[in-house]
Design a binder for this molecule. Structure first.
Ligand code: NAD
Length: 267
């Protein structure tokens, strides 16, 4: 799939399992990349391994949850428009306390979208990585709190529902999923699109750490119709589709890529 649009593809969490697969896929599709991650060393190592032409891959190391990150991103863009975004940076329940999970997974995503919206080209697409766990949050009160959020709000109103990392994670991801829906009209006004992808269990170090910490994932694996973990490249393929002209009328929704698990669970 050749790069269909002018503009850079931003991939956050690029040093991670899903992010690195997205970087490999998008560079193979011919996109110029701006790769972002918290850690500079693995980011530079990844950039060095990508078979890219001169200037095709730029990097930006930094904490996406730092309120100064948007300015650093704008500086790194150096005036170039954005053609695609795959926002994979995120943290799971074993990695941090509840407030940090909300700050990284939701608050930083809102600020990223604010940077992307005015700079995305016609036909461009932003893909936010949510999680199938977002479908496990079944609470009218939580949905009401999420739906009351505006672009000016952070996750403060969600904190009473997120007493532990195990609650904060799915709530943060449900808020990300609903953020894509909420932002679709504003992206549409620019003839651009925004989607979320909800991965099921994908074979990355982060997912294996969660598996080691909880028997829940083994139970879910047994229920997964395709009876296996997904590969990071399978998320990258879905993101590449969404960012291509083949998905030109697809916006504002979540796409589960989960081996059929949510269907099997009746969600
Ligand atoms: N792997 C799965 O099974 C699975 C399932 C559902 C959802 N997800 C979501 O997919 C995304 C990627 O998951 P993964 O398995 O590749 O995880 P990963 O830990 O391998 O990758 C995440 C990357 O994000 C980066 N990151 C974390 N916090 C950051 C911050 N504050 N600023 C900048 N970068 C930061 C990390 O350094 C890491 O490189 C996450 O948002 C995760 O919640 C993963």
């Amino acid at each position: 799939m050749a790069a269909p649009l002018p503009g850079v593809a931003i991939i956050t969490g690029a040093a991670g399992g899903i992010g690195a697969a997205c970087a490999a896929r998008f560079v193979a599709d011919g996109w110029p990349l701006l790769l972002c991650d918290l850690h500079a060393a693995p980011l530079e190592a990844l950039a060095a391994t990508l078979a890219a032409g001169p200037g095709q891959v730029a990097t930006l190391a930094g904490d996406i949850a730092d309120p100064a990150f948007p300015d650093a991103l704008v500086a790194a863009l150096a005036g170039r428009p954005i053609g695609a975004v795959v926002h994979t940076a995120g943290i799971t329940p074993t990695m941090a306390e509840a407030d940090r999970i909300l700050a990284v997974n939701y608050d930083a995503t809102v600020r990223l979208v604010e940077v992307v919206r005015p700079r995305i080209v016609e036909g461009g697409c932003a893909v936010l990585i949510a999680s199938m766990s977002a479908y496990m949050v079944v609470s009218p009160e939580i949905d009401a709190a999420i739906d009351a959020l505006t672009a000016a709000d952070d996750s403060t109103s969600l904190r009473p529902f997120a007493a532990s990392p195990q609650y904060a994670y799915p709530i943060s991801k449900r808020a990300v999923m609903r953020l894509a829906a909420r932002e679709a009209p504003a992206f549409g006004a620019r003839k651009a699109r925004i989607m979320s992808i909800s991965p099921g269990m994908i074979d990355t170090k982060a997912a294996r750490a969660e598996q080691a910490a909880s028997s829940q994932m083994d139970a879910m694996l047994l229920k997964t119709p395709l009876s296996r973990f997904g590969e990071p490249s399978e998320i990258a393929a879905a993101a590449a589709f969404l960012c291509s002209p083949a998905a030109s009328f697809v916006s504002g929704r979540d796409m589960p890529v989960d081996g059929g698990l949510l269907a099997a669970l009746g969600r």
